[in-house]
Design a protein around this ligand. Structure first.
Ligand code: SAM
Length: 209
């Protein structure tokens, strides 16, 4: 029988692309422009096993103390916990809420930052709009920042072209940014990273008013 574990399929897929390189180059570009050393707490939606989120934190959020994960895939959560137990983010406390974003009921204390790394495209536009309202009203504090990393269709990569050819059209970053602006966020930095023949990423940060 085919192995339908999301975590294992995704891990296998990642061995065949070069997104790690593209993502790292985006991180360096952002590190040149932004200071996130004040961030102590973050809420990460859809971190999977968390490698990219941990890389982001190690490079850009050196003073983070609390990492709250909202993830629906059990095996990915197990891998995320193992990564923390193995000390891949030293000094940072992990809390996991095993649920889908659409059913998430919120945090006890508003956080400094929210991370969406390769995840917003999985969410229906109606739910995204509702989520952006909740971010402002309940999840983030008044100086909080939202970080989004997504593929950008305006600079098509092999990955997006394959998805389009298969009829798996996904919302692209430009639409998400429009929705966030309509929800009252402002763009602090929008950065398109190096595009490889396979992948493109837009790594940017947005903050609320
Ligand atoms: C493409 S993976 C990205 C994982 C990780 N952020 C990364 O960049 O490697 C998308 C992740 O979002 C999670 N996810 C998708 N839809 C979700 C939802 N509605 N609620 C919570 N998690 C979701 C999936 O389980 C998966 O771990």
């Amino acid at each position: 029988m085919a192995d339908l574990s999301y975590h294992r399929l995704y891990t296998a897929f990642r061995k065949h692309d070069d997104y790690d390189v593209v993502f790292r180059s985006a991180l360096e570009a952002v590190a040149d422009k932004m200071d996130f050393s004040w961030v102590k707490s973050c809420l990460a939606f859809g971190p999977g096993s968390g490698e990219r989120e941990m890389e982001f934190v190690r490079r850009l959020m050196p003073n983070l103390r609390s990492f709250i994960a909202v993830e629906q895939d059990y095996e990915s959560i197990e891998a995320l916990r193992t990564n923390f137990e193995e000390g891949r983010l030293l000094g940072v406390e992990l809390s996991v809420v095993e649920t889908c974003l659409e059913s998430f009921s919120g945090v006890d204390s508003a956080v400094d930052a929210v991370l969406f790394i390769s995840m917003l495209c999985n969410i229906h536009t109606t739910n995204r709009r509702a989520l952006f309202q909740q971010l402002k009203r309940r999840y983030m504090n008044s100086v909080g920042v939202v970080i989004v990393a997504e593929n950008s269709r305006t600079t098509p990569s092999g990955y997006l072209m394959i998805m389009e050819r298969l009829g798996k059209m996904r919302d692209d970053y430009e639409l998400m940014e429009k929705e966030m602006l309509e929800a009252g966020f402002r763009v602090v930095l929008s950065r398109i990273s190096r595009t490889s023949p396979v992948q493109t990423t837009t790594l940017l940060s947005l903050s609320s008013y």
